[in-house]
Design a protein around this ligand. Structure first.
Ligand SMILES: Nc1ncnc2c1ncn2[C@@H]1O[C@H](COP(=O)(O)OP(=O)(O)OP(=O)(O)O)[C@@H](O)[C@H]1O
Ligand SMILES: [Mg+2]
Length: 227
């Protein structure tokens, strides 16, 4: 998809501490609407933290973050769910509900949003079909393989048709072939307009792709485009 000039993510001199530990230091970056951006860097560098700041599950200590037209830096707790209705998050640790079926895990966000059950069925079945889990809709997640559980989490992020999708190591536990399949799912979403931030340790996923790669380290560097 052609990216417009509209900015989706803007960090201005953002810093984050956990206690005395300095994780992100004066980070400034811009992601334009429609971009597909990989985020990489050593373990502990702050990739998950960066995504959590956007999702407001961690808050900045200094600096400013704007998501689409929202200044989220000082967003009140009460307003956060409204922001999250527009952002899909694939967490590094799955956070599935094991007492609910695959269908219910995916439907949950739509139910919270008050969508009509008939419409929910259509939305959920469509994404379950896309991630090839329609046949397991009534199963419980603990009986599924790691790769299948990962795809439930992805379906859950996709079903809200987010403007922005944050994926934290969504292929961490998968074989290379399944990992490529997951990347293809995200590329498909991206071609329909969703901006994607994809944190990963696997250079194989972006090498040669021409996608933008952000390298997070103690000294943050934007590594430009993957060759
Ligand atoms: N809630 C927290 N309290 C204290 N320290 C934290 C917390 N969350 C993260 N950290 C620390 O902040 C640093 C950055 O963590 P983060 O999870 O963002 O790294 P990461 O780049 O995603 O690493 P990985 O590649 O292993 O997923 C780490 O040293 C981590 O231990
Ligand atoms: Mg992480």
């Amino acid at each position: 998809m052609e990216s417009s000039d509209k900015k989706m993510v803007q960090f201005s001199e953002v810093s984050k501490f956990y206690g005395k530990k300095h994780v992100l230091s004066n980070l400034t970056l811009t992601v334009t609407q429609g971009e597909f951006v990989f985020i990489t860097g050593p373990s502990g560098a702050g990739k998950s933290t960066l995504l959590k700041l956007i999702y407001c599950s961690e808050r900045t200590d200094s600096g400013k973050i704007i998501i689409a037209d929202w200044d989220i830096t000082k967003l009140r707790q009460k307003i956060i769910p409204r922001l999250r209705r527009n952002i899909g998050m694939v967490f590094q640790n799955f956070r599935l509900f094991f007492n609910k079926t695959v269908f219910e895990n995916v439907a949950l966000a739509l139910r919270f949003g008050g969508m009509h059950p008939h419409k929910i069925r259509g939305y959920v079945n469509e994404v379950l079909d896309k991630v090839k889990l329609l046949h397991t809709a009534t199963a419980y997640p603990q009986y599924l393989s790691g790769g299948e559980q990962q795809r439930i989490v992805i379906a859950r992020a996709m079903v809200i048709k987010p403007m922005l999708l944050l994926a934290d190591e969504p292929t961490g536990n998968l074989d290379p072939e399944s990992a490529k399949g997951i990347v293809d799912l995200f590329r498909d979403m991206n071609s329909k307009g969703t901006t994607i931030l994809f944190a990963t340790h696997s250079p194989d996923l972006y090498r040669g792709s021409g996608d933008r790669v952000l390298f997070v380290s103690e000294k943050y560097v934007d590594r430009d485009y993957a060759g």
